[in-house]
Write a protein that binds this ligand. Structure first.
Ligand code: ZN
Length: 480
Protein backbone atom coordinates (compact mmCIF):
# COMPACT_ATOMS: atom_id res chain seq x y z
CA UNK A 1 0.00 0.00 0.00
CA UNK A 2 1.23 3.45 -0.70
CA UNK A 3 0.84 6.40 1.60
CA UNK A 4 1.46 4.61 4.88
CA UNK A 5 3.71 7.44 6.06
CA UNK A 6 1.56 7.75 9.18
CA UNK A 7 3.09 4.67 10.73
CA UNK A 8 6.67 5.48 9.80
CA UNK A 9 6.50 8.68 11.80
CA UNK A 10 5.91 6.87 15.08
CA UNK A 11 9.19 6.19 16.94
CA UNK A 12 9.86 2.59 18.01
CA UNK A 13 8.12 1.67 21.23
CA UNK A 14 10.91 -0.54 22.49
CA UNK A 15 13.76 1.82 21.61
CA UNK A 16 12.28 5.22 22.38
CA UNK A 17 9.37 4.59 24.71
CA UNK A 18 8.94 8.15 25.91
CA UNK A 19 8.98 9.66 22.38
CA UNK A 20 6.68 6.88 21.21
CA UNK A 21 4.19 7.78 23.95
CA UNK A 22 4.08 11.47 23.08
CA UNK A 23 3.84 10.75 19.34
CA UNK A 24 0.82 8.49 19.91
CA UNK A 25 -1.00 11.07 22.04
CA UNK A 26 -0.47 13.76 19.41
CA UNK A 27 -1.00 11.69 16.26
CA UNK A 28 -4.07 9.85 17.47
CA UNK A 29 -5.39 13.32 18.38
CA UNK A 30 -6.11 12.41 21.97
CA UNK A 31 -4.60 15.62 23.32
CA UNK A 32 -2.37 18.54 22.41
CA UNK A 33 -0.14 20.98 24.27
CA UNK A 34 -1.94 24.10 25.50
CA UNK A 35 -0.44 27.61 25.32
CA UNK A 36 0.01 27.43 29.10
CA UNK A 37 3.05 25.39 30.17
CA UNK A 38 2.11 22.04 31.68
CA UNK A 39 -1.50 22.17 30.52
CA UNK A 40 -3.12 20.07 27.81
CA UNK A 41 -6.11 20.29 25.54
CA UNK A 42 -8.08 17.06 25.46
CA UNK A 43 -9.20 16.72 21.85
CA UNK A 44 -12.56 15.22 20.79
CA UNK A 45 -11.22 11.68 20.29
CA UNK A 46 -9.51 11.74 23.70
CA UNK A 47 -12.54 13.30 25.32
CA UNK A 48 -14.87 10.66 23.83
CA UNK A 49 -12.61 8.05 25.41
CA UNK A 50 -12.82 9.86 28.77
CA UNK A 51 -16.61 10.09 28.48
CA UNK A 52 -16.87 6.33 27.96
CA UNK A 53 -14.62 5.69 30.95
CA UNK A 54 -16.57 8.17 33.04
CA UNK A 55 -19.89 6.64 32.09
CA UNK A 56 -18.83 3.12 33.06
CA UNK A 57 -17.34 4.23 36.35
CA UNK A 58 -20.27 6.51 37.19
CA UNK A 59 -22.65 3.61 36.67
CA UNK A 60 -20.74 1.61 39.28
CA UNK A 61 -20.79 4.51 41.78
CA UNK A 62 -24.53 4.95 41.38
CA UNK A 63 -25.16 1.22 41.71
CA UNK A 64 -23.52 1.42 45.15
CA UNK A 65 -25.66 4.32 46.33
CA UNK A 66 -23.56 7.36 45.41
CA UNK A 67 -24.87 10.55 43.84
CA UNK A 68 -23.08 13.37 42.03
CA UNK A 69 -22.84 17.03 43.11
CA UNK A 70 -20.68 20.03 42.29
CA UNK A 71 -18.67 22.27 44.63
CA UNK A 72 -16.80 25.52 43.77
CA UNK A 73 -13.22 25.38 42.52
CA UNK A 74 -12.12 28.40 44.61
CA UNK A 75 -11.17 27.41 48.15
CA UNK A 76 -10.46 30.12 50.76
CA UNK A 77 -7.00 29.76 52.27
CA UNK A 78 -8.46 29.65 55.79
CA UNK A 79 -10.42 26.50 54.97
CA UNK A 80 -7.47 24.75 53.43
CA UNK A 81 -5.42 25.44 56.57
CA UNK A 82 -7.89 23.79 58.91
CA UNK A 83 -6.32 20.35 58.54
CA UNK A 84 -2.62 20.87 59.17
CA UNK A 85 -1.26 17.64 57.69
CA UNK A 86 -3.48 18.06 54.64
CA UNK A 87 -2.38 21.62 53.81
CA UNK A 88 1.26 20.76 54.38
CA UNK A 89 0.98 17.90 51.89
CA UNK A 90 -0.47 20.10 49.17
CA UNK A 91 1.15 23.50 49.84
CA UNK A 92 3.94 23.27 47.23
CA UNK A 93 1.43 22.50 44.48
CA UNK A 94 -1.30 25.03 45.18
CA UNK A 95 -2.09 27.75 42.63
CA UNK A 96 -3.43 30.89 44.30
CA UNK A 97 -5.91 33.53 43.17
CA UNK A 98 -4.80 36.79 44.73
CA UNK A 99 -6.77 39.43 42.84
CA UNK A 100 -10.36 40.03 41.83
CA UNK A 101 -10.05 42.38 38.86
CA UNK A 102 -7.52 44.99 40.03
CA UNK A 103 -8.32 44.60 43.70
CA UNK A 104 -6.08 42.56 45.93
CA UNK A 105 -8.12 40.04 47.90
CA UNK A 106 -8.01 40.11 51.70
CA UNK A 107 -7.89 36.32 51.67
CA UNK A 108 -6.30 34.24 48.90
CA UNK A 109 -8.24 31.51 47.14
CA UNK A 110 -6.70 28.20 46.14
CA UNK A 111 -7.66 26.63 42.83
CA UNK A 112 -8.77 23.27 44.19
CA UNK A 113 -5.88 20.82 44.46
CA UNK A 114 -8.52 18.42 45.94
CA UNK A 115 -11.83 19.26 47.63
CA UNK A 116 -11.78 17.84 51.16
CA UNK A 117 -11.74 21.34 52.70
CA UNK A 118 -14.66 22.84 50.82
CA UNK A 119 -16.79 19.70 50.86
CA UNK A 120 -16.36 19.00 54.57
CA UNK A 121 -17.21 22.64 55.32
CA UNK A 122 -20.56 22.04 53.65
CA UNK A 123 -21.02 18.68 55.34
CA UNK A 124 -20.68 20.43 58.73
CA UNK A 125 -23.76 22.40 57.75
CA UNK A 126 -25.75 19.47 56.42
CA UNK A 127 -25.05 16.69 58.88
CA UNK A 128 -26.80 17.02 62.26
CA UNK A 129 -28.25 13.62 63.04
CA UNK A 130 -27.46 9.95 62.45
CA UNK A 131 -30.42 10.12 60.04
CA UNK A 132 -28.29 12.35 57.76
CA UNK A 133 -25.71 9.56 57.41
CA UNK A 134 -24.17 8.12 55.37
CA UNK A 135 -23.35 10.95 52.97
CA UNK A 136 -22.27 9.36 49.68
CA UNK A 137 -21.34 12.13 47.26
CA UNK A 138 -19.09 12.10 44.22
CA UNK A 139 -17.92 15.03 42.10
CA UNK A 140 -16.61 15.00 38.51
CA UNK A 141 -14.43 18.07 38.06
CA UNK A 142 -11.06 19.58 37.20
CA UNK A 143 -8.10 19.89 39.55
CA UNK A 144 -5.11 22.24 39.46
CA UNK A 145 -1.71 21.31 40.85
CA UNK A 146 1.41 23.33 40.12
CA UNK A 147 3.62 20.58 38.75
CA UNK A 148 7.23 21.19 37.76
CA UNK A 149 7.70 18.36 35.27
CA UNK A 150 4.65 17.49 33.21
CA UNK A 151 3.66 14.89 30.60
CA UNK A 152 0.45 14.64 28.59
CA UNK A 153 -2.21 12.77 30.62
CA UNK A 154 0.31 11.38 33.14
CA UNK A 155 1.04 14.60 34.97
CA UNK A 156 -0.48 17.91 33.93
CA UNK A 157 -1.12 21.11 35.87
CA UNK A 158 -4.84 20.79 35.26
CA UNK A 159 -6.56 17.45 34.91
CA UNK A 160 -10.01 15.91 35.12
CA UNK A 161 -11.03 13.43 37.77
CA UNK A 162 -13.74 12.22 40.05
CA UNK A 163 -13.51 12.62 43.79
CA UNK A 164 -15.82 10.81 46.15
CA UNK A 165 -16.29 12.20 49.67
CA UNK A 166 -18.32 10.20 52.13
CA UNK A 167 -19.28 10.38 55.82
CA UNK A 168 -20.39 7.47 57.97
CA UNK A 169 -21.83 6.81 61.38
CA UNK A 170 -19.20 4.28 62.42
CA UNK A 171 -15.55 3.56 61.80
CA UNK A 172 -16.45 0.15 60.36
CA UNK A 173 -18.78 1.68 57.80
CA UNK A 174 -16.08 4.10 56.64
CA UNK A 175 -13.60 1.26 56.39
CA UNK A 176 -16.07 -0.81 54.37
CA UNK A 177 -16.64 2.12 52.02
CA UNK A 178 -12.92 2.64 51.41
CA UNK A 179 -12.62 -1.07 50.55
CA UNK A 180 -15.77 -1.12 48.42
CA UNK A 181 -14.38 1.68 46.27
CA UNK A 182 -11.03 -0.07 45.95
CA UNK A 183 -12.92 -3.09 44.60
CA UNK A 184 -14.84 -0.89 42.15
CA UNK A 185 -11.57 0.59 40.88
CA UNK A 186 -10.01 -2.85 40.43
CA UNK A 187 -13.11 -4.08 38.59
CA UNK A 188 -13.22 -1.04 36.31
CA UNK A 189 -9.52 -0.84 35.52
CA UNK A 190 -9.10 -4.58 34.92
CA UNK A 191 -12.35 -5.40 33.17
CA UNK A 192 -13.01 -2.24 31.19
CA UNK A 193 -9.50 -0.88 30.62
CA UNK A 194 -7.85 -4.33 30.51
CA UNK A 195 -5.07 -3.07 32.80
CA UNK A 196 -4.18 -5.59 35.54
CA UNK A 197 -3.22 -4.01 38.86
CA UNK A 198 -1.75 -4.79 42.26
CA UNK A 199 -4.20 -3.55 44.85
CA UNK A 200 -3.69 -2.96 48.53
CA UNK A 201 -2.39 -0.55 51.14
CA UNK A 202 0.11 2.25 50.88
CA UNK A 203 2.82 2.30 53.55
CA UNK A 204 2.64 5.16 56.08
CA UNK A 205 5.11 7.32 54.13
CA UNK A 206 3.08 7.23 50.92
CA UNK A 207 -0.42 7.74 52.25
CA UNK A 208 -2.62 10.71 51.41
CA UNK A 209 -2.01 13.79 53.60
CA UNK A 210 -4.64 13.60 56.35
CA UNK A 211 -5.64 9.97 55.81
CA UNK A 212 -5.58 7.11 58.32
CA UNK A 213 -5.04 4.56 55.58
CA UNK A 214 -4.71 4.81 51.81
CA UNK A 215 -5.64 1.99 49.46
CA UNK A 216 -4.17 2.04 45.99
CA UNK A 217 -4.20 0.27 42.65
CA UNK A 218 -0.83 0.14 40.90
CA UNK A 219 -0.25 -0.82 37.28
CA UNK A 220 3.06 -1.73 35.60
CA UNK A 221 4.00 0.03 32.39
CA UNK A 222 6.16 -1.52 29.62
CA UNK A 223 9.18 0.61 30.56
CA UNK A 224 9.25 -0.91 34.05
CA UNK A 225 7.71 2.04 35.86
CA UNK A 226 4.69 1.74 38.12
CA UNK A 227 1.64 3.91 37.56
CA UNK A 228 -0.57 4.74 40.52
CA UNK A 229 -3.97 4.34 38.88
CA UNK A 230 -6.38 5.19 41.69
CA UNK A 231 -6.58 5.69 45.45
CA UNK A 232 -9.21 5.29 48.15
CA UNK A 233 -8.62 6.80 51.59
CA UNK A 234 -10.04 6.03 54.98
CA UNK A 235 -9.84 9.51 56.52
CA UNK A 236 -10.86 8.48 60.03
CA UNK A 237 -12.18 11.52 61.92
CA UNK A 238 -9.42 13.90 60.78
CA UNK A 239 -11.65 16.02 58.63
CA UNK A 240 -14.75 15.87 60.82
CA UNK A 241 -12.55 17.18 63.66
CA UNK A 242 -10.90 19.84 61.54
CA UNK A 243 -14.21 21.05 60.10
CA UNK A 244 -16.21 20.46 63.27
CA UNK A 245 -18.77 18.02 61.87
CA UNK A 246 -20.96 16.54 64.62
CA UNK A 247 -24.12 14.48 64.66
CA UNK A 248 -26.54 13.32 67.30
CA UNK A 249 -26.37 9.53 67.36
CA UNK A 250 -29.15 7.02 68.14
CA UNK A 251 -28.07 7.00 71.80
CA UNK A 252 -28.56 10.79 71.96
CA UNK A 253 -24.81 11.38 72.27
CA UNK A 254 -23.09 13.87 69.98
CA UNK A 255 -20.37 12.20 67.85
CA UNK A 256 -18.05 12.85 64.94
CA UNK A 257 -18.65 10.99 61.67
CA UNK A 258 -15.98 8.92 59.90
CA UNK A 259 -14.91 9.91 56.39
CA UNK A 260 -13.48 8.57 53.16
CA UNK A 261 -12.32 10.13 49.91
CA UNK A 262 -11.30 8.48 46.65
CA UNK A 263 -10.41 9.35 43.08
CA UNK A 264 -9.23 8.38 39.64
CA UNK A 265 -8.24 10.80 36.90
CA UNK A 266 -7.48 11.31 33.22
CA UNK A 267 -4.09 9.85 34.09
CA UNK A 268 -5.73 6.47 33.44
CA UNK A 269 -5.71 7.40 29.75
CA UNK A 270 -1.91 7.55 29.95
CA UNK A 271 -1.97 4.06 31.46
CA UNK A 272 -4.21 2.80 28.66
CA UNK A 273 -1.94 4.15 25.94
CA UNK A 274 1.20 2.67 27.45
CA UNK A 275 -0.30 -0.70 28.36
CA UNK A 276 -1.84 -1.56 25.01
CA UNK A 277 -0.13 0.53 22.34
CA UNK A 278 2.43 -0.85 19.88
CA UNK A 279 4.62 0.29 17.00
CA UNK A 280 1.56 0.74 14.82
CA UNK A 281 -0.02 3.09 17.34
CA UNK A 282 -2.76 3.11 19.92
CA UNK A 283 -4.85 0.07 20.77
CA UNK A 284 -8.02 0.73 22.75
CA UNK A 285 -10.05 -1.88 24.66
CA UNK A 286 -13.49 -2.32 23.00
CA UNK A 287 -15.45 -1.43 26.15
CA UNK A 288 -14.15 2.16 26.17
CA UNK A 289 -13.01 2.72 22.57
CA UNK A 290 -14.78 5.75 21.02
CA UNK A 291 -14.96 3.79 17.76
CA UNK A 292 -15.41 0.04 18.34
CA UNK A 293 -15.27 -0.81 14.65
CA UNK A 294 -14.68 1.14 11.46
CA UNK A 295 -16.31 0.15 8.18
CA UNK A 296 -13.96 0.64 5.23
CA UNK A 297 -15.42 0.16 1.74
CA UNK A 298 -13.04 -1.39 -0.78
CA UNK A 299 -13.69 0.59 -3.93
CA UNK A 300 -12.41 -0.16 -7.43
CA UNK A 301 -14.45 2.35 -9.43
CA UNK A 302 -16.72 -0.45 -10.61
CA UNK A 303 -19.72 -1.52 -8.50
CA UNK A 304 -18.91 1.24 -6.01
CA UNK A 305 -22.56 2.14 -5.49
CA UNK A 306 -23.39 -1.42 -4.59
CA UNK A 307 -20.50 -1.59 -2.09
CA UNK A 308 -21.37 1.73 -0.50
CA UNK A 309 -25.03 0.74 -0.15
CA UNK A 310 -23.93 -2.43 1.65
CA UNK A 311 -21.69 -0.37 3.97
CA UNK A 312 -24.67 1.75 4.96
CA UNK A 313 -26.69 -1.42 5.55
CA UNK A 314 -23.91 -2.63 7.83
CA UNK A 315 -23.92 0.65 9.73
CA UNK A 316 -27.65 0.25 10.28
CA UNK A 317 -27.32 -3.41 11.28
CA UNK A 318 -24.76 -2.44 13.93
CA UNK A 319 -26.84 0.25 15.59
CA UNK A 320 -26.17 0.33 19.31
CA UNK A 321 -22.42 -0.17 18.91
CA UNK A 322 -19.98 2.69 18.32
CA UNK A 323 -19.29 2.34 14.60
CA UNK A 324 -17.78 4.71 12.05
CA UNK A 325 -18.23 4.38 8.31
CA UNK A 326 -15.31 5.98 6.48
CA UNK A 327 -16.59 6.33 2.92
CA UNK A 328 -14.32 9.23 1.98
CA UNK A 329 -13.18 8.94 -1.61
CA UNK A 330 -10.11 11.16 -1.28
CA UNK A 331 -8.21 8.55 0.80
CA UNK A 332 -7.24 5.04 -0.26
CA UNK A 333 -8.40 1.99 1.65
CA UNK A 334 -4.76 1.32 2.57
CA UNK A 335 -4.36 4.76 4.10
CA UNK A 336 -7.52 4.22 6.12
CA UNK A 337 -6.31 0.82 7.36
CA UNK A 338 -3.18 2.44 8.75
CA UNK A 339 -5.00 5.44 10.12
CA UNK A 340 -7.52 3.41 12.16
CA UNK A 341 -4.86 1.01 13.37
CA UNK A 342 -2.92 4.01 14.60
CA UNK A 343 -6.07 5.31 16.33
CA UNK A 344 -6.44 1.95 18.08
CA UNK A 345 -9.87 1.02 16.69
CA UNK A 346 -10.34 -2.64 17.81
CA UNK A 347 -11.94 -3.98 14.62
CA UNK A 348 -11.95 -3.01 10.93
CA UNK A 349 -14.83 -4.17 8.76
CA UNK A 350 -13.89 -4.46 5.10
CA UNK A 351 -16.59 -4.63 2.46
CA UNK A 352 -15.64 -5.04 -1.24
CA UNK A 353 -17.53 -6.15 -4.37
CA UNK A 354 -16.64 -9.82 -3.86
CA UNK A 355 -17.92 -9.72 -0.29
CA UNK A 356 -21.18 -8.13 -1.39
CA UNK A 357 -21.71 -10.86 -3.96
CA UNK A 358 -21.15 -13.55 -1.32
CA UNK A 359 -23.28 -11.58 1.16
CA UNK A 360 -20.34 -11.45 3.56
CA UNK A 361 -18.13 -8.91 5.32
CA UNK A 362 -14.54 -9.25 6.52
CA UNK A 363 -13.70 -8.55 10.17
CA UNK A 364 -10.08 -7.61 10.86
CA UNK A 365 -9.06 -7.47 14.55
CA UNK A 366 -6.50 -4.83 15.58
CA UNK A 367 -4.66 -7.36 17.77
CA UNK A 368 -3.07 -9.11 14.79
CA UNK A 369 -5.15 -12.29 15.04
CA UNK A 370 -6.60 -13.76 11.83
CA UNK A 371 -9.19 -11.87 9.80
CA UNK A 372 -12.48 -13.65 9.25
CA UNK A 373 -15.33 -13.55 6.74
CA UNK A 374 -18.79 -13.63 8.29
CA UNK A 375 -22.29 -13.79 6.83
CA UNK A 376 -23.91 -10.39 6.60
CA UNK A 377 -26.91 -11.57 8.62
CA UNK A 378 -24.57 -12.47 11.49
CA UNK A 379 -22.58 -9.25 11.46
CA UNK A 380 -23.86 -8.03 14.84
CA UNK A 381 -23.42 -11.26 16.79
CA UNK A 382 -20.03 -11.99 15.19
CA UNK A 383 -18.72 -8.50 15.87
CA UNK A 384 -19.90 -8.55 19.48
CA UNK A 385 -18.22 -11.92 19.95
CA UNK A 386 -15.00 -10.62 18.42
CA UNK A 387 -15.02 -7.45 20.55
CA UNK A 388 -15.38 -9.58 23.70
CA UNK A 389 -12.54 -11.80 22.57
CA UNK A 390 -10.30 -8.81 21.94
CA UNK A 391 -11.17 -7.31 25.34
CA UNK A 392 -10.29 -10.59 27.08
CA UNK A 393 -7.10 -11.10 25.10
CA UNK A 394 -5.93 -7.60 25.95
CA UNK A 395 -6.32 -8.25 29.67
CA UNK A 396 -4.70 -11.67 29.37
CA UNK A 397 -1.72 -10.26 27.52
CA UNK A 398 -1.32 -7.44 30.01
CA UNK A 399 -1.55 -9.97 32.87
CA UNK A 400 1.29 -11.99 31.38
CA UNK A 401 3.27 -8.81 31.05
CA UNK A 402 2.65 -7.90 34.70
CA UNK A 403 3.81 -11.35 35.79
CA UNK A 404 6.97 -11.00 33.69
CA UNK A 405 7.67 -7.59 35.17
CA UNK A 406 7.42 -8.77 38.78
CA UNK A 407 10.30 -10.32 40.65
CA UNK A 408 11.51 -10.87 44.20
CA UNK A 409 14.61 -9.93 46.12
CA UNK A 410 15.92 -10.87 49.54
CA UNK A 411 18.93 -8.55 49.73
CA UNK A 412 19.62 -4.99 48.58
CA UNK A 413 22.32 -6.27 46.21
CA UNK A 414 19.90 -8.71 44.63
CA UNK A 415 17.29 -5.92 44.43
CA UNK A 416 19.67 -3.68 42.50
CA UNK A 417 20.65 -6.46 40.10
CA UNK A 418 17.03 -7.38 39.45
CA UNK A 419 16.12 -3.76 38.86
CA UNK A 420 18.65 -3.57 36.05
CA UNK A 421 18.02 -7.01 34.58
CA UNK A 422 14.25 -6.88 34.87
CA UNK A 423 12.82 -3.43 35.74
CA UNK A 424 9.35 -3.61 37.24
CA UNK A 425 7.82 -4.49 40.60
CA UNK A 426 10.19 -6.00 43.10
CA UNK A 427 8.57 -7.87 45.96
CA UNK A 428 10.37 -7.80 49.28
CA UNK A 429 9.80 -8.63 52.92
CA UNK A 430 9.85 -5.58 55.18
CA UNK A 431 9.92 -5.25 58.93
CA UNK A 432 7.76 -2.14 58.87
CA UNK A 433 10.37 0.31 60.17
CA UNK A 434 10.84 3.72 58.60
CA UNK A 435 14.59 3.34 58.85
CA UNK A 436 14.66 0.23 56.66
CA UNK A 437 12.26 1.82 54.18
CA UNK A 438 14.41 4.97 53.91
CA UNK A 439 17.52 2.89 53.36
CA UNK A 440 15.96 0.89 50.54
CA UNK A 441 14.56 4.01 48.85
CA UNK A 442 17.91 5.75 49.13
CA UNK A 443 19.96 2.86 47.78
CA UNK A 444 17.69 1.78 44.96
CA UNK A 445 16.01 5.06 43.91
CA UNK A 446 12.66 3.28 43.89
CA UNK A 447 9.62 3.86 46.11
CA UNK A 448 7.34 1.49 48.04
CA UNK A 449 4.18 1.16 45.96
CA UNK A 450 1.75 -1.23 47.60
CA UNK A 451 1.23 -3.91 50.22
CA UNK A 452 -1.06 -6.41 48.49
CA UNK A 453 -3.83 -7.24 50.96
CA UNK A 454 -4.19 -10.95 50.22
CA UNK A 455 -0.52 -11.55 50.94
CA UNK A 456 -0.20 -9.85 54.32
CA UNK A 457 0.50 -12.15 57.25
CA UNK A 458 0.68 -15.18 55.00
CA UNK A 459 4.31 -15.40 53.98
CA UNK A 460 7.11 -15.24 56.47
CA UNK A 461 10.52 -13.95 55.54
CA UNK A 462 13.36 -11.70 56.60
CA UNK A 463 13.32 -7.91 56.19
CA UNK A 464 15.37 -7.05 53.11
CA UNK A 465 17.31 -4.42 55.07
CA UNK A 466 17.72 -5.51 58.70
CA UNK A 467 17.02 -9.25 58.44
CA UNK A 468 14.32 -9.24 61.12
CA UNK A 469 11.59 -11.92 60.78
CA UNK A 470 8.40 -10.44 59.34
CA UNK A 471 5.22 -11.42 57.51
CA UNK A 472 4.78 -8.04 55.78
CA UNK A 473 5.29 -8.03 52.04
CA UNK A 474 5.65 -4.88 49.93
CA UNK A 475 6.27 -4.07 46.26
CA UNK A 476 8.81 -1.47 45.17
CA UNK A 477 9.21 0.13 41.77
CA UNK A 478 10.28 3.23 39.93
CA UNK A 479 7.29 5.40 39.28
CA UNK A 480 5.82 8.14 37.13
ZN1 ZN B 1 13.96 -3.94 58.68
Amino acid sequence: MKNNGMVKEIPSRTERFSDWYTAIVLKAELADYAPVRGCMVIRPYGYALWENMKERLDRRFKATGHTNAYFPMLIPEGLLKKEAEHVEGFAPQVAWVTHGGDNKLTERFALRPTSEAIINTMYAKWVKSYRDLPVLINQWCNIVRWEKATRLFLRTMEFLWQEGHTLHRTQDEAQEEARRILDIYVDFVENDLAIPVLSGLKPESEKFPGALTTYTIEAMMPDGQALQAGTSHNLGQHFSEAFDIRFLDKDNIEKRPWGTSWGVSTRLIGGLIMTHGDDRGLFLPPRVAPIQAVIVPILFGKNDDMVLAKCHDALKALEGLRIRLDDRKNQTAGWKFNQYEMMGVPVRIEIGPKDVKKDEVVLVPRDGSAKRSVKFTEIMSELEKLLDQIQNNMLEQARQHLAQMTSEASSIEEFKKKLIAKPGFIRVHWCGSQKCEDKLIDETKTTPRVMVLDEQGKTKGKCICCGKETDTVIYYARTY
